[in-house]
Ligand binder design. Structure first.
Ligand code: GLN
Length: 459
């Protein structure tokens, strides 16, 4: 009831697209009944959460923040939703995001912007913008997000919360509306690494209904939080941890406040026992063109299913079948989604495939190889999440400039590596309205436990 009241009172933040009060109260009552009957409780029993509206949910509408899916109702739950339900959570409903998760500001939603609770004239980041808002404004304890090129880490950073994008394949994509299938990953967003560990524990694991879900054992993420590393002591919990500092992440484009907070965080890691190691990720800049070829290419294919026949919206007026497709897609998709479909179709078309798509795939492999070279000399990589703090809503109209802000999150996405964002300070531009800054930690494949342990020690 408390969470529902807070959610209702925070309508101006634009966080929820759908609040399922009846469903939430019923789930909470069921949790109470389990408790009263002395039954075994799930690890997240009775904990109020909410889902990014990119996960399909039985009994609640799913729109992917698109007009194309207005009124769509899934007959089943996404695997991540079902697993959290099995762990006992109480879902309040569905959260705003960028349309089909395309964006970095939550300004591309067909249902209005989401606002940063620290300063409501500013963006919360995106695409899982409202997932970050709901936690930052303390509407719910945790939320689900998805990260294709930074959409968990970047909004977490801009709103001062913690979020983790696990290794590609760790969480099932079944029932997660596809944007770019080789990059999309689900992950938790919450106040702390500890809360993220609790949620990730429930969300992770092989799922035969997702062909790219990995047959990897799920470690004890919660137990790993306080597990003492070999050679570490309680006051030097990170003793022996080698933290790689990529020089490309500390260049000209990064604002002074972000640089200062990130450098301070690095010294704090040192005080906790870690050793800093200079490393290089030489193809960092190339991650932008590479991602903005591969992601739209996959999106153009994935979004071909929205044809007015199978799901959601269909144009009211049309002359024949082709015209029905044309009108439906013209009405249903917003401008950023259309832009990506056009780019994606172009780079996959005959004569351009070799020049763009194939080249991008080759560079993607080289970006992944750069990380493997770095992980020979360090255990985790640390740097900024975003080059600046949250900007004003409506202040960026050039899509290419907007894409550049993804520079520090795209490399780990292209490599399929786990990455997380944790709060590490504030901008001092206006002491009345401090704006959060996030520290990014990137780990090697399947090393989420190490990221969570490091973040927990830091917090
Ligand atoms: N900002 C990036 C994009 O617009 C990442 C989005 C995401 O991770 N879903 O594609």
């Amino acid at each position: 009831r408390h969470a529902l009241e807070r959610a209702a009172a925070a309508a101006h933040l634009g966080a929820f697209l759908h609040i399922d009060a009846d469903g939430a109260l019923a789930a909470a009552a069921a949790s109470d009944a389990r408790r009263a009957a002395g039954q075994a409780l799930g690890p997240l029993d009775g904990v109020p959460i909410a889902h990014k509206d990119i996960f399909v949910t039985e009994g609640q509408p799913t729109t992917a923040a698109s007009k194309m899916l207005q009124g769509y109702q899934s007959p089943f739950d996404a695997t991540v939703v079902a697993r959290l339900k099995a762990a006992g959570v109480v879902s309040l409903g569905k959260l705003n995001c960028d349309e089909f998760a395309m964006g970095g500001a939550n300004e591309n939603s067909a249902y209005g912007v989401a606002r940063n609770p620290w300063d409501t004239t500013r963006i919360p980041g995106g695409s899982s913008g409202a997932s970050a808002v709901a936690v930052a404004a303390r509407l719910v304890a945790g939320t689900t997000g998805t990260d294709t090129g930074g959409s968990i880490r970047q909004p977490a950073a801009l709103t001062g919360i913690t979020g983790i994008k696990p290794t590609y394949g760790r969480c099932s994509r079944f029932g997660m509306i596809a944007f770019a299938s080789s990059l999309d990953q689900a992950g938790p967003m919450a106040r702390t690494a500890e809360d993220c560990a609790l949620m990730l524990q429930a969300m992770s694991g092989f799922d035969e209904r997702d062909a790219t879900s990995a047959q990897q054992p799920v470690p004890d993420f919660v137990g790993a939080l306080n597990a003492l590393r070999a050679g570490a002591t309680p006051d030097k919990p990170l003793q022996g941890l080698r933290v790689g500092v990529p020089k490309e992440f500390f260049g000209d484009g990064v604002s002074a406040d972000v640089l200062a907070a990130t450098r301070a965080a690095l010294s704090q890691l040192e005080q906790l026992g870690a050793t800093l190691v200079d490393i290089s990720l030489p193809r960092t800049e190339l991650s932008i063109p590479v991602y903005y070829i591969i992601a739209p290419a996959e999106a153009s294919s994935n979004l071909s299913r929205y044809d007015g026949v199978k799901f959601g919206h269909r144009a009211a007026k049309y002359s024949d079948l082709n015209d029905m497709y044309r009108q439906t897609r013209a009405e249903g998709f917003g401008p950023e989604v259309k832009r990506r479909i056009m780019i994606g179709t172009y780079v996959l078309s005959h004569g351009y495939y070799d020049a763009y798509y194939l080249q991008a795939q080759k560079l993607r492999r080289m970006i992944a190889d750069d990380f493997q070279a770095a992980f020979k000399v360090c255990d985790v990589i640390a740097g900024p999440v975003a080059p600046t703090v949250a900007r004003a809503i409506g202040s960026q109209t050039d899509p290419v400039q907007e894409y550049l802000a993804d520079i520090f999150t795209l490399p780990a996405s292209l490599a399929g590596l786990p990455g997380m964002s944790l709060p590490c300070g504030f901008s001092d531009h206006d002491l009345q309205k401090p704006l959060p800054i996030g520290l990014q930690l990137i780990g090697n494949y399947w090393q989420e436990a190490q990221l969570l342990h490091t973040a927990h020690a830091f917090q």
